[in-house]
Design a protein around this ligand. Sequence first.
Ligand SMILES: [Zn+2]
Ligand SMILES: [Zn+2]
Length: 89
Amino acid sequence: MKKVIIMAAMFASISGLAQNTQCVSTTKKGDRCLLTVNANELCWRHNPEYTKKTKNPTVICSATTKVNTDCKQKTSHPSGVCYHHRPKN
Ligand SMILES: [Zn+2]
Ligand SMILES: [Zn+2]
């Protein structure tokens, strides 16, 4: 039982490094930003690189259908192919 407590304490200290904290930036009104972020990072609103990293643009699927016409499904998957045309794992 003691071992479990030690493990839990260790896990807490490790995960504590990446604990969510409040964004350090302020809103246009001058209020403290209330969004939660990883330690020492800015939230999606205040970090100019945030959207570039995480959001994929929505594109039309680049695959063709069985009858050789362009697939018109929209997808935001990095492969640029819709879920119909991606290989299933
Ligand atoms: Zn913020
Ligand atoms: Zn497709």
